[in-house]
Design a binder for this molecule. Sequence first.
Ligand code: AMP
Length: 569
Amino acid sequence: MGKAIGIDLGTTYSVAAIVENNRVRILQNAEGGRLTPSVYAESADGHILVGAIAKSQASANPDRTVSSVKRRMGSDARIQVNGRGLSPQEISAHILRKIKADVHRQLGEAVTQAVITVPAYFSDAQRRATQEAAKMAGFEILRIISEPTAAALAYGLNRSDIQHILVWDLGGGTFDVSILEVGDGLFHVRAVNGDTCLGGDDWDARLVSHLKQQILQSHQLDIESDACVFQQVKEICERTKRELSHQDESRIFLPLAFGPHHDALEIEMTISRQVFEELTKDLLDMLIAPTRQALKDVSLTPADMDRIILVGGATRMPAVRHLAETLFQQPPDTHLNPDEVVAMGAAIQAGVLNGSVQDVILIDVTPLSLGIETQGGLFTRLIPRNTTIPVTAERIFTNAQDNQTVMDFNVLQGEREMAGDNIGLGSFQLTDIPELPRGKGRVEVMFEIDANGILQVSAQELHTGESAGIKIDASHLLSSDQIDRAVAEAAAHAETDTHRRSEIEASIQTNHLIQAAEALLFGMDRRLSKASRRQIHLAVSAAKTALSGGRLDTMTEATQSLRSALNGL
Ligand code: AMP
């Protein structure tokens, strides 16, 4: 029996998966990534580029780059590239051809059978166009299934005790709501609604315009007047948005070369999740009306929904998860990776159709979160619990002290907020770090878990390339009892742990701000009038008192006053 794969042919990214030995596995592309950008491009001499390489050259070569072709599937558009008109199917076929070649490369054999997913609202013409694209790429299509159905399959929800499932899919550029009804183990899409012009990109745009205003105010520069700078700001905003999904604050550091003379300008600022959520509150509210409409169309209420599934990278935003929980009065299903869950379901369907899957499918996940100890003894997660493996995750860390030449990395697993309450897996040291002021160092920490559960952690200093690391076999370390205990303990201590974490984060932040303000006071900056000097001085004293008291509310208040004294300069 030949192999069959599942493909989520997405607007921004595409993902391929397979079921092997009753386990779902996401297939990596030739670049080592799990998500392949759905981007097609040609160089000036007609060379075809697909995926990450096409995406990376997009801003330099916009006329010969095509993104989001999925939006045009089923239309008779001709997309002009290098003076040739290409159909959306032809472009999609190039993307599928790359996926096919990458799968061949990874599995060591050619795979021709596939299940491909499409949005539930895709018309017949759009589905036929998808099928045509797949045929051009050399695939035999076992079935085209809808994306929410695939997600529900991945969650194993074709059970008799479940009647109604609601799926929210918030991707980069679109929002889809689907209501599925389960009957005889099969899914029927009962209602679809959504907003084709709402997605994670809109959240990015809010951050971009916030930064634009701030830079205009503080430096009298319009970031939009320089295309290169603007692109850089857009990228950093997308990264900041992602960071704010797991951190209360994100620091933006932007070294820019501005204008025709490439004048150097360094932008440094901190954005809190609270500010981000205030800037995007109306976008969040736009998820409600299509959801209510979909429910109304089938005469159902939120209380009729048995399960809520979140799909699409932008549903990682805590505000989206919180809104789902509030609307439906139940926590949504989020434990499968929202970028990969559709491809997983497609792979399961492919396995069922070609006869290789008869039994319950296992999805291998990390049983506990994995991360490192950071300043203040906090546990910083790099891979959250229940992430499907194999997986890689990386994060940039900085030096907590001035001129720090050594960094210790303590690798842990667990669900508690303090490193000391979690289980240590091993530690290593990165040495020969160049001497830099606090916060200026850049060390990239990478966690990599392979299909066998072997965890490799490495840290690389980005100025010198110096690196160090450790290999840990995490798969056999804990029994399921120990895992359950770790999760239960975390739940029991959730409130005190979160409070403790917030206190430590606030004290780190207060301390940083005091140091920055003192550097300004001692630096004899000419911009400082006597009055502002006095105001900052008072705010610093208040912040120091708050810091020694260690109380969250007073520290937050004192930091806010100090920040406004500094912002008022
Ligand atoms: P998709 O089209 O489903 O791949 O979704 C892509 C969108 O998800 C983009 O707007 C991403 O910026 C967004 N996204 C991915 N990861 C995160 C995250 N951790 N937090 C917030 N948004 C995210």
